[in-house]
Every structure is written in C-alpha cells, then in structure tokens.
Design a protein around this ligand. Sequence first.
Ligand SMILES: [Zn+2]
Length: 480
Amino acid sequence: MNANIKKNKTITDILSEEVDYDAKRKNRSRYTALGHPKKVKRILIHGATFVITTDSKNKLQVQANRSIYIVDGKIKEVFPVNKKSIPINKIDLIYDASKRSGIVVTPGFINAHAHPPMYLLRSSMTLDKGNVVDQVKKMAELEAKMNNQDFFLGAVGDFTEEQKYGITTTLSHYGVFDPVEEAAKLTRQRVINAISAVSNSHPKNSPEMVAKILAKRKNYFSQPAISIHYVHRASPDQLKKIKQLVKKYKVLLTLHSAENEEWVQQCVEKYGKRTVEALVDLGLANSNTILSHAVHFSDEEIKLVKKHKIGIVHLPTSNKLHKSGNFKYPLFVKYKADKQICLGTDSVISKNSLDLLSEALQARIMHNATHRVNYEDLFKMMTSQAANILKLEKLGKIMPGYKADLSFWKLRDRGFMPYNESNPVSLVGNMITHGGRNIRDLMIDGQFIISNRVHSLIDESNLMTALQESHTKLRKRLKK
Ligand SMILES: [Zn+2]
C-alpha cells in the first residue's frame, strides 16, 4: 500500500485523484487457465495474503502468504508461497490471491439451520406486530399455497444468497425434499436435506414417506436427513419410527426446540417433561440430534445436552425478532456444552439477510452483558465446530485432506481494513464486527461457483424476476 502514497502528494490528493473507472477495472481477473483441460481438476490458489482456519489442534490460525493446491475437489497442500512451487504441468487453473493487496481465504461457512423454500416469502416478515405464534400461523397459510416450482425457486434464491455471503453448506429443515434437492444440484450448494417427518406446513408428511427417501439416500446430490417441526407435534408412535430410521440409516435428526415457554409447556403436557428430558425418555438424545433455537432450557436440560452430545443451533437474530427470549450461553459454558453450539440463519422471515457473519455479531451482542463470546469461538461456530456437530467429515478447515469449500474475501475492504499487522488475528474481529458482506469468489468441492463476484451457474437478474413473479402469483392464490 505504501507504494501508492507518493512523496509529493498529500493523502487528500491521493484519495481524490481522478480515476478512470474502466481502465482501473481492466484485467481485474485473478484467473489464468493453463492448457485446455476438459475439466478443471487441479487448481493453485497462489499466495493468499492470509488464510484463516482452525488447525489440527483446534486453534485458530491466521497464516500469511499461503498457497493452496487443490486436486479433484480436495485440498492437497497448503504451503508458504516462497517455500515451494507446483510444476506448471500439474496445474489447470491458477487463481492469483496475492495481487492488489490480495485475498483472505476462509473455509466456506456452515449454516446449521435454514428453511430455504421460504425465501419466496421475504415480504411476509412482520416486525411491527404479532409474535412468533401468529407468524408461524400466517406462514403456514401462504406455504399451503406454494407449489413445487415455488419451493424450488425459493431454495435457489436462498442458497445463492448464502453463497454470496460465503456459506457453502446448509442444513435445510423443510417439508419437501425434491425441490430442495434440485436447487442444491443446480447451485452446487452442499446441503443436508432434512425432510420433515412431522411437519407444520406439510401435514401429510410421515415417517413412512421419509423412510422411502432414506432408502434411496445414495442416489441424491444432497445428503438426506430427518426433521420434525416440534416434538410436541409428533405422536409417540411417530417418534418411535423416527428413532428407528435414525438408527438404521445413521442420519441426522433436527428439531425446533424450546423457542418459547408456551411450546415447552405443550411438550410437558404431552410427554410429562421439558424438551430435552422428554427426548432422553424417547431415546432421541444423542449426537445425531440437532436442536435449533434451544432458548428455554433449564440447567438440567443443558447438562443433558452435554451428556448426550446433542448438537445445538443458536439463532440470535431470529430469537430477537420473534421475541423468543435469550439463549442461555453462559450456562452452556458453565456446563461445558458450548463446544456443541453452532450458528444458523433460519429463513428470511426470521432474519435480515442470509449471512452468518452478522449472526456471529448478533451472538456477541446478545450475550455481551453476561458473557463475552470470543471472535475465535464465533469463527469456529461458523466453520470447524459446525462441521463437527453436523458430522461433516473433512469440512470446515483449510488443511490437506479437507474438501475444497473456500470463501475468498478481498483484503482491501472495509470489512478488514485497517487491521493490526503485527496481530493479524484482529482480521477475525474486524470481519465479524463489520456485520457481513459479499465474498469475491467462492469454491465448493473444488469448483468456482462465484468468480469475480458473479455467480457461475445462475443468472441473478433472471432469478430476481422469477422470484418476483412467483411471489406475486402466490399472493393472488392466497386471496382466492
Ligand atoms: Zn426454524
């Protein structure tokens, strides 16, 4: 940067220098293809200014000037740029992450709770009136009128927005499977497709229907899993069948839990105990179970979460918007269950934008008075810790053997600068406190999905038009 500040000019001169916008943006690409391979399989990320990742000892590292060599969707090597070079005949594509102040590379973020088809309902978030009970009811009325194309379009809108914010993996909790599968395939988003066996929006769903999908689980692009809207909505018989499916297919089961005290009391009425205690009795308390929200938990329940290794998805923005209450983060720390917490976006009905950095900031703000959640811990909650909780093998870190799901962030950006050069871990705090922004490039499974800020697979303008048209038609159907 210093090179830009010329001796005979003041900083004001430099900042106000007339720029030729087009000339400045010519040759801005960082991509160089070598040869003409049918499929780009070997990619060198050359000289990233910083790589931010947790290491093998689970410590957060900010590594300067690193190259990343990727072969067949996997990270093969990560090395200091001046210590080694990869022969040119072993590279199909070079991404120069060093020039113009360079790029910060992080693992692709992992969103542990979303309802992607609901993206079509963005305008129905009502912040000014009602509570979560009214809103869930209103949502169900609109959702009942949605068709498969609506679900698909919504999911494409959701996944592509997440991708722009650096999210490469999504746990989808929803009542339809195929439209989410198709959207995952189209956008290449890594999706855990948790189909609801007991659904609010899809009352006809059943464990039997889910069993048919799980039997064919190897045939899908997305990773099938099971969801339940709420435990109190399910019968003992349904829960017994679901327990057998989790055991038979070793899949994840995700449930909304204890989002408000009213729903906890409905669980007490039906199963005689509070949420987590009931899940223990029902044989559903184990590391395959992922509980979203988890706001109204007692001390006893949090101890059980720890004991049974249950995964927890913290959704602070959703909790605040719906006035659900405060997640008891300090108690999770007290009972050493905080390493079982990751973050999610929920749907656009419950959050401003589908971004995890802003969710990390919300978590920090929500608990600040009672417990300081460190930036390092928040970073892990979006990456390596989330991968552990969702049992995603070789995901969430930038290390040899890991899958090449990577987010590329421009360093010369307000989300990073200015940072403390002698303590570059300050980049992590900057990134979170800035509250979310778009990535420059995005890679999933060794394939660039976003390049030079443009989606490689989806025409975003056409997507916006299609979403708008479908939304308008849906509202008309509701009036009939
Ligand atoms: Zn939810």
